[in-house]
Design a protein around this ligand. Structure first.
Ligand SMILES: CC(C)(COP(=O)(O)OP(=O)(O)OC[C@H]1O[C@@H](n2cnc3c(N)ncnc32)[C@H](O)[C@@H]1OP(=O)(O)O)[C@@H](O)C(=O)NCCC(=O)NCCS
Length: 165
């Protein structure tokens, strides 16, 4: 598995990307049902991948095993700063996923490394991502490759029925 090729995604990869994205979302929902997926999510993602593959500032990379099978992917985007904090150009990693049977072989490390190189080429000043609290594997991975926690997102669902204040 050493040196599995990482390359930019192509249009023909979209069916494989969708399969991996489905598997990723199933894992997220199993770990925390609050990440329940919208019924139209697959169609939405199919359209999103098609746009991302040609949109400036978007990056999608894949790990291709034996020259034909996509076993992992990573996506990122360049965003403007918010205007009140220092970074004027931010990179955001939106997804990194490796098929379960191919884990702990360094594939995510290589995917993230390539994605970061491409984001750095776009002139980003920092790169951020969100990892679920109930995803200790992801948090361990990001810590292992040099990331540190910045903020915690809190959520409180609206009570049903909505109380009168
Ligand atoms: C998180 C994920 C991308 C890691 O992929 P991977 O290819 O197995 O990661 P790597 O093999 O490159 O791991 C590099 C290092 O990260 C750490 N690491 C990775 N997964 C880990 C885990 N589950 N538990 C503890 N440490 C882990 C280890 O230090 C590892 O080095 P080692 O195997 O030599 O000990 C993969 O488990 C995955 O796809 N998970 C589901 C999707 C997900 O959570 N994505 C991230 C969203 S923020």
């Amino acid at each position: 598995m050493e040196g599995i090729p990482i390359r930019s995604a192509r249009r023909g990869d979209i069916p494989s990307l969708l399969l991996l994205w489905d598997a990723m979302m199933r894992e997220f929902v199993d770990a925390d049902p609050r990440f329940e997926v919208h019924p139209d999510a697959r169609a939405h993602m199919a359209a999103s991948f098609a746009v991302w593959l040609q949109e400036p500032g978007r990056t999608v990379v894949v790990a291709e095993e034996a020259g034909r099978m996509i076993v992992g992917f990573a996506t990122g985007v360049v965003l403007p700063g918010n205007g009140w904090q220092v970074p004027e150009r931010l990179g955001r990693i939106s997804d990194v996923y490796v098929a379960a049977p191919r884990r702990r072989k360094g594939i995510a490390r290589r995917l993230a490394g390539r994605l970061l190189d491409l984001l750095y080429e776009e002139g980003v000043e920092t790169v951020r991502l969100a990892a679920a609290v109930e995803n200790p594997g992801a948090r361990a991975f990001w810590n292992a490759v040099g990331w540190s926690e910045l903020e915690v997102v809190l959520e409180r669902p609206v009570p049903d029925p909505t109380p009168k204040v």
